[in-house]
Write a protein that binds this ligand. Structure first.
Ligand code: GTP
Ligand code: MG
Length: 219
């Protein structure tokens, strides 16, 4: 009996989240803001990538920085003088559409072309929670081990772009980045997969182009 009740509550939460996510997307569309949910493993390079996108891009960028304690990543983004809202999730291991709804209220949307939403670093909890973003970019790195993709299939099945980062240290950590590419391809044959090193800059231009292409294909 307990099990059945649990499932129903979970179902209600997901339905409510979906509705809020759809509303978030309508608000973003009305303001002509393209939004990317940046998910991925803890420490894989999500903040580093968004920082490089801010530096390299000629677009006006805003960031929602979600984390169990958001001030660290939000503080890193604030130095670029762009709109930043930090979201503390406390003990929660993911953002949800309700949290993002409030962050969007605090964002000057008319001053933004692209909104990056950095989710809490992990490959499990954020999967089911649509935020209303237009694109899901999953960032993992070779240092999590080259079995990471096959061990966490759901997040890759739902991704629009997969970045396999830190290839500069692949040999040092004994990881086969090509295996990770093949595992992601197997799970999601149409997804774009890019190997990168944010330390050397390898793959960065390709990531920028992939985000642009995705946005253009939505129009
Ligand atoms: N060697 C190497 N280190 C990297 C690379 N990209 C990021 N790092 C380092 O990895 C560490 C974590 O990077 P972050 O960008 O903070 O990772 P994150 O995914 O935002 O981390 P959380 O928000 O804590 O989950 C930092 O010390 C970065 O300098 C890379 O391509 N190669
Ligand atoms: Mg971060």
């Amino acid at each position: 009996m307990h099990k059945i009740a649990d499932v129903e509550i979970q179902h209600d939460i997901m339905v409510a989240n979906k509705k809020l996510a759809q509303r978030n997307q309508r608000i973003l569309d009305k303001a002509n803001v393209f939004s990317v949910d940046v998910l991925g493993a803890i420490g894989s390079g999500k903040t580093s990538l968004i920082e490089l996108l801010i530096k390299k891009s000629d677009e006006k960028i805003g960031v929602i920085a979600g984390d169990v304690i958001s001030k660290f990543d939000a503080g890193r983004f604030q130095q670029y003088n762009i709109p930043v809202v930090g979201l503390n999730t406390g003990k929660e291991c993911h953002l949800d559409a309700h949290l993002v709804e409030h962050a969007i209220e605090d964002m000057p949307l008319d001053e933004i072309d692209t909104l990056y939403i950095e989710n809490v670093g992990n490959l499990i909890c954020p999967v089911d929670f649509d935020l209303g973003s237009h694109m899901r970019m999953v960032v993992i790195s070779v240092s999590e081990g080259d079995d990471t993709v096959e061990k966490h299939p759901l997040i890759f099945k739902d991704a629009d772009l997969v970045v396999i980062n830190k290839i500069d240290i692949a040999d040092a950590v004994g990881a086969d980045a090509e295996k990770m590419v093949n595992d992601a391809k197997y799970l999601n044959p149409d997804v774009k997969i890019i190997k990168s090193s944010l330390k050397t800059g390898e793959g960065l231009n390709e990531i920028i182009e992939a985000i642009k292409d995705f946005r253009n294909n939505l129009c």
